[in-house]
Every structure is written in C-alpha cells, then in structure tokens.
Design a protein around this ligand. Structure first.
Ligand code: LCS
Length: 403
C-alpha cells in the first residue's frame, strides 16, 4: 500500500515520499538549491517548452517543496496544493487569481486583520470591492450576493471571535450562483476540518500556525481540486508574483507536520478543560469556543469540525485596562500574536492582530477592547490554569471586583 494511505495520521507522516528515490534517506532530504542543471541546451529548451518534465528553477518547483504540497493536498482531501512564503501570499494569490477589476468579494463577518488590509488595497487600487455578512441563512447569503460577486471568502472559525460559518449552507448557495468558495482553514488545521468535503473550491492555511506548529516558520498553503486550475495559479500568479516558500522552510514544516494529529488532539483536550475553568472565573464575562455546548453554533461545529482546536477567545470584565493588566500579570503564558505553537500565547486583537481595522468595522465583527484570544499550548493544562488563575485574582483585587 505504498503511498496510498487512507487515514490522516499516516498521510501526515508518509505521503509523497519514497526513500528509494532519495538514497534511502528516511528523512525527507532538503534540496536547498535555487536552480537545476540541464544535461544539454536542448534539454533546457524542452523543459521550458513543457515537452519534458523535470526541474528548472526553484521558483517554479523544488523536490522538498513538492513533497510538502503532495502531503497537504492529501490531508485536505484535495488534488493539488501550492506552498507559499506566508499565509498572506496564499491569500493574495488566490484572490488575484479569481478576481478582476469591477468584481466583488463576499466575506464572512470577520477576517484576519491583514486580509482586511489586502481587501482594502484591492478596492482602492483595482476597484475590486468586498462586503461582510454573517452568512447565517440562505436568505442572508442571497441578499448579500451582487451581480458582480465572483467569490465567497470565509474564515471558520473566524479569527478571533470563534464565530462559525456553515460550510454546507454557503457552498450550496454559492454553487447556485456560480461563485467560487475560498475557505481559510488556519484555525482548525486539516486534521480537524476539511472544507473541500463540503464543496469549497479552495482551502488555504497560514502554515505558520498549527501545520508547522513550532513557531519558527512563516508559510502558507493553498489547496484545490481542479488540477489544471491549480497549475494555472502556479504558472501565473505564483511564478510571476513570486511568493514562494524556501526549501528549508518547507523542510521544517514537513518535520513539524509529523506530529500534527498528536498536537491537535492535545491542543483540543487542553482547551476543552480550560473552557470549563474559564466558566468558573468571575472576571470572564463571555467565552467563545466552538465545542462548548453554550456556543450558539455548537451544532455547526459538530457537523464540520472533529474537535474544537486550541483557540479560546473570551471577554474580560473591565475593558481594555483590565485586559492589558491581566496580560501583564501572566507568567507562563506569553504575550504574542501568533497561534498554534507549543507555547500558550495570549493577544489583545483590538490593539494587535485586528488593529488595522477601523473601530466601527471591528466592533461590528465583535472585536471589542475586552476581547482576549488565548492560543492554548501543549504545556500541562494545570500549569496553564494556575497561571490564568493567579492573574485573574490580581485583576479582581486591583480593580476591586466583587465575585
Ligand atoms: N489567515 C489567518 C486566519 C491568520 O490568522 C493569519 C495570520 C493569516 C491568514 C496570515 O498568515 P501569515 O502570513 O502570518 O502566515 N494570523 C496571525 C494572528 O492571528 N496572529 O499573528 C498572525
């Protein structure tokens, strides 16, 4: 059953690699090269003309990168994948590919701050507009579609509000109108959620997060089912805009990816326990976690996600002052904006990841100054809990909050 693995846990470790083609090396080799030699001028001509397969130049393809791409395509139940130098390079590549001047992009109610920035730039420079919608019912989606709409761009769960978008519903309505559906699956990773299974056309990831998982790489991935269309993105947008991944970063991700399933299970278990703990914290006014039965979209979560993942957002009483005071009192938990690492991280979206979004828009997305986002790491859950507990106690005392 060489390279025909069915279960994700096995794909994560083996897909796309046979040691006999690589000097019997168990570990995937790092092809740290910018270019490749041709045996003759005629061979070079044939490769450029597409008459002979083979390597040319690493902006067009690299053997280490290709193994990562094959592995990730399989993990997302797709046919083809492209690796990029950042999550934003993957976001921009797919949006450049599906839009032209005059088009409109329909977005989920919230999106990552830099994606918002990119959409604003596309609007200003190229007259490609966008709008936001909760996309929660068929009527609401229908009402948000304009004659010039070409695609629906979704995050689910949404960064940082943990609001969900019903993938089955959106794909059904979008297909009726011939719209492409693009899903940013960064928060779930391909182990917990596979949007292509619900009919999405493209799935993308900031591989910086759970996929690499070790806080040492910035990278992005784009996955699709239409092999010719994906090849078109590779040979136009990716080749000519140039946002490729370095072979070394691809190699690090292949290494990090090997434990994705083990990490995601532990991230989810730790988060689930912390949600129970947060429910007992009097300083917390609201907890946002998809697999918490009190989450208003819990039924959607169960339908499209295998587990809740490692991100919990919560609102703290006392607004920005209390939020920042609380963060500064944490000892084990680090103040940092990434997510999906072994270390537990906390950030304040209104002044950090989503600060580029004007306040009115940001508030509409549900990102207020009392919102904190916790990326639950892989430490012992009781150590994380103890750190939160001591910092909550200090907030209570400092702000004279009564229980
Ligand atoms: N999509 C989502 C949902 C993200 O959260 C991010 C980065 C990106 C795309 C872009 O990926 P990058 O280019 O950074 O690899 N999110 C970040 C965050 O929440 N904190 O720091 C970065």
């Amino acid at each position: 059953m060489k390279n025909e693995f069915i279960r994700k846990e096995t794909t994560i470790i083996h897909k796309g690699y046979s040691s006999e083609h690589h000097h019997d090396s168990l570990s995937v080799p790092l092809y740290q090269t910018s270019t490749y030699t041709f045996s003759s001028a005629e061979q070079g001509e044939r490769r450029f003309a597409g008459e002979e397969s083979g390597n040319i130049y690493s902006r067009l393809g690299n053997p280490t990168v290709r193994i990562l791409e094959e592995r990730i395509a399989e993990l997302e139940n797709g046919q083809s994948a492209l690796a990029f130098g950042s999550g934003m390079a993957a976001v921009s590549a797919v949006l450049i590919h599906v839009t032209k001047t005059g088009d409109h992009i329909l977005c989920s109610r919230g999106i990552y701050g830099c994606t918002f920035g990119l959409l604003e730039m596309m609007d200003e420079k190229y007259n490609i507009s966008h709008s936001f919608s909760a996309l929660s019912t068929e009527q609401e989606i229908e009402a948000s579609i304009r004659p010039e709409t070409v695609c629906v761009y979704i995050e689910t769960p949404i960064n940082p509000t943990m609001e969900l978008v019903d993938l089955e519903l959106v794909n059904k309505v979008a297909k009726k109108h011939g719209l492409k559906v693009i899903v940013d699956n960064t928060f779930s990773s391909p182990y917990l959620q596979n949007p292509l299974d619900f009919g999405a056309d493209y799935v993308l990831h900031s591989a910086t997060k759970y996929i690499n998982g070790h806080g040492d790489v910035i990278a992005g991935l784009l996955i699709g089912n239409d092999v010719d269309d994906m090849m078109n993105i590779r040979m136009t947008v990716q080749k000519d805009v140039g946002g490729i991944i370095s072979p070394f970063d691809a190699w690090l991700i292949i290494r990090g990816l090997k434990t994705l399933h083990v990490r995601m299970d532990r991230h989810s278990e730790n988060a689930q326990q912390l949600v129970s703990f947060l429910q007992s914290a009097s300083v917390v006014s609201e907890i946002l976690y998809p697999f918490d039965p009190s989450h208003p979209q819990y039924e959607i979560a169960k339908k499209q996600m295998k587990a809740g993942g490692g991100l919990i957002s919560f609102n703290i009483k006392g607004g920005k002052k209390a939020a920042q005071f609380f963060m500064n009192e944490l000892q084990l938990i680090k103040i940092a904006v990434s997510l999906g690492d072994a270390e537990t991280l906390i950030q304040h979206p209104a002044t950090m990841t989503h600060s580029v979004i004007p306040e009115v828009e940001r508030e509409k997305m549900g990102v207020s100054h009392s919102l904190l986002r916790l990326s639950v790491g892989l430490e012992h859950v009781e150590d994380i809990m103890a750190d939160l507990k001591q910092a909550f106690a200090k907030v209570e005392t400092h702000f004279a909050m009564t229980k």
